[in-house]
Ligand binder design. Structure first.
Ligand code: ADP
Ligand code: MG
Length: 278
């Protein structure tokens, strides 16, 4: 099965007859993908995330995770285990006095046997590079470290997909990079990632982007395709990544940069090429 998520014509309003927070959204995510949902505050990203793991049920349309309909009550725990969620504020996700207990928390909820727990906890913490902190107190960790522990808590449940809802929004730039790098590695190891963000720089590093505005998906494509249309994005109160903007300004002034420039790495590649040609 290759479509791990299938959302079909989903509508959702918080009040009956009220404004649609999610308005006729159709999209699918293939297993193994690294997909961004990019949109301004209030565009409906978090509502969509909560529709994905059955926290909310669609008013119209269907949401399927691994072929299971979120409206199927018998499947809801299977869906939540298959599609883990990591939220914005790490402090709300960590509740225990020791890192290992926090990672164990979800396992207890899904009824994993006690003897199976230590192995799962250790490998989850190893996967996010936090195994050395197993016996530490979560509240003493940095924001980035806390978020990695929260990710380990989800990983221990062996999900197929993880939905990150602005998981780096409360972190400093170093913490943001640290968490993003961890998530990229997990994706390379086979976990499907849905990365919800309003940071252009992060979306630029995903494989595919869906842009949300006023509850709708208004653009879908690769980062290069999406960020080509700077004016269109600005109309949606979104920007292009700083490096793309800089490349545009330099080209206007006659600097012969080539190819798509979305990230610092792209810019470094081009500047090195130009310098070598001088
Ligand atoms: P985003 O995550 O992109 O910031 P949300 O999904 O949180 O967007 O919000 C989408 C729309 O739904 C917004 O207009 C927001 O005001 C509204 N909304 C969000 N949560 C609630 C809620 N609990 N009750 C009523 N309206 C809500
Ligand atoms: Mg949100």
């Amino acid at each position: 099965m290759s479509q791990i998520i299938e959302i079909s014509h989903v509508k959702y309003a918080y009040e009956e007859g009220g404004p649609l927070a999610v308005d006729d959204v159709t999209l699918s995510v293939e297993e193994g993908e690294f997909t961004a949902i990019l949109g301004q505050n209030g565009s409906g990203k978090s509502t969509l995330a909560k529709l994905l793991n059955g926290l909310y049920l669609p008013d119209e349309g269907t949401v399927r995770v691994l072929g299971m309909d979120t409206k199927d009550e018998d499947r809801i725990w299977q869906i939540r285990q298959a599609a883990g969620m990591v939220f914005q504020n790490p402090d709300n996700q960590l509740v225990a006095t020791m890192v290992r207990e926090d990672v164990a928390f979800g396992l207890e909820n899904i009824g994993v046997m006690t003897e199976e727990m230590p192995g799962r906890i250790e490998s989850a913490l190893r996967a996010v590079g936090m195994e050395a902190f197993m016996d530490r107190a979560p509240h003493l960790l940095s924001g980035g470290q806390k978020q990695r522990v929260a990710i380990a808590g989800i990983l221990a449940m062996r999900p197929r997909i993880i939905i990150f809802d602005e998981a780096t929004a409360m972190l400093d730039p170093a913490g943001r990079r640290e968490v993003f790098a961890t998530v990229r590695r997990l994706n390379q190891e086979g976990i499907t990632v849905l990365w919800i963000t309003h940071f252009m720089e992060e979306a630029a590093q995903c494989r595919k982007i869906h842009v949300m505005n006023a509850g709708r998906i208004v653009r879908s494509g690769t980062p290069a395709e999406i960020f080509k249309d700077a004016a269109g994005l600005r109309a949606l109160r979104l920007d292009v990544p700083a490096m793309t903007q800089l490349a545009g300004e330099l080209k206007k002034r006659g600097v012969p940069l080539c190819g798509d420039i979305l990230t610092i790495d792209d810019m470094v590649r081009e500047v090195k090429r130009l310098a070598a040609a001088v």
